[in-house]
Write a protein that binds this ligand. Structure first.
Ligand SMILES: Nc1ncnc2c1ncn2[C@@H]1O[C@H](COP(=O)(O)OP(=O)(O)O)[C@@H](O)[C@H]1O
Ligand SMILES: Nc1ccn([C@@H]2O[C@H](COP(=O)(O)OP(=O)(O)O)[C@@H](O)[C@H]2O)c(=O)n1
Length: 230
């Protein structure tokens, strides 16, 4: 069967990667978490002391370093999911920290960061057979994707899901901080100048506030089958 490109966009922590990963595994497509790429660049900038005390970014230093930032994914046999590597180092856990979450959106708003990462993402999807999740996949990375989904859920539901996840991983988590972070990132992501977060005109919208993981997985599989005749 002819492979297609699947773009899953939406607000922070609403279950995009859970849906995307499940679908990719089931249909044998490659899965790419583009948020992990923006998070890895942010971790690099944090480690390099590129954030001032006021949270401002040394954009000249980051731009000069961009060519030397290599982000790659390798399959983790135990989880069946790709892990993120930054210049060869496994950073899957570090990039999910609250500290990275609270610095990532301003980094992702920088045009030179987006230009570099979008080019890599487009290369990864050249052969199709890819499920990619993020904020601008259906609008900027793959505007011609055959299937586009835009996921939403209430901010409180999303914050609770992220809170439960961090707690389960034994990482520090405070519900109010997470809620504030989720709302702040949604605002910055939706208002930036370059490819802001928005639903592509031809995307199917899903509010999964009251859906289980199994229900949203089945919903996505049904649409995939409908679109591909599988
Ligand atoms: N429908 C759902 N109900 C409950 N928890 C969910 C649901 N979908 C995803 N989750 C959980 O919510 C958290 C955030 O999901 P994730 O897929 O990482 O979101 P995103 O990629 O949009 O940031 C994860 O811990 C995930 O297991
Ligand atoms: N395609 C993308 C993906 C993520 N991002 C940025 O990266 C951040 C982290 O993305 P993510 O998908 O890991 O965020 P969560 O929803 O998983 O918390 C987002 O808040 C955006 O600022 C982006 O700008 N474009």
């Amino acid at each position: 069967m002819k492979k297609i490109t699947i773009a899953i966009d939406g607000f922070s922590s609403c279950g995009k990667s859970t849906m995307a990963k499940d679908l990719a595994r089931e249909i044998g497509y490659i899965y790419v978490d583009t948020g992990a790429m923006y998070r890895a660049v942010t971790l690099f900038a944090m480690r390099g002391g590129m954030f001032g005390a006021d949270g401002g970014i040394d954009t000249a230093a980051l731009e000069a370093a961009m060519n030397g930032i290599v982000i790659s994914f390798r399959l983790n046999e135990a989880t069946g999911c790709p892990d993120t590597y930054l210049n060869g180092e496994l950073v899957e856990k570090e990039i999910r920290s609250m500290e990275v979450s609270s610095h990532v959106s301003p980094v992702a708003a920088l045009p030179f960061v987006r230009k570099a990462l979008v080019a890599q993402q487009q290369k990864m999807g050249e052969e199709k057979g890819i499920v990619m999740d993020g904020r601008d996949i259906g609008t900027a990375v793959f505007p011609d994707a055959e299937l586009k989904v835009f996921v939403t859920a209430s901010a409180r539901v999303r914050a609770q899901r992220r809170f439960d996840e961090l707690r389960a991983k034994g990482m520090p988590a405070d519900f109010d901080d997470i809620l504030k972070n989720v709302e702040q990132r949604d605002y910055i992501d939706s208002h930036r100048e370059v490819s802001p977060l928005r639903k592509a005109d031809d995307a199917v919208e899903l509010d999964n506030s009251t859906m289980t993981i199994a229900e949203q997985k089945a919903w996505l599989m049904d649409i995939f089958k409908e679109r591909t005749g599988a």
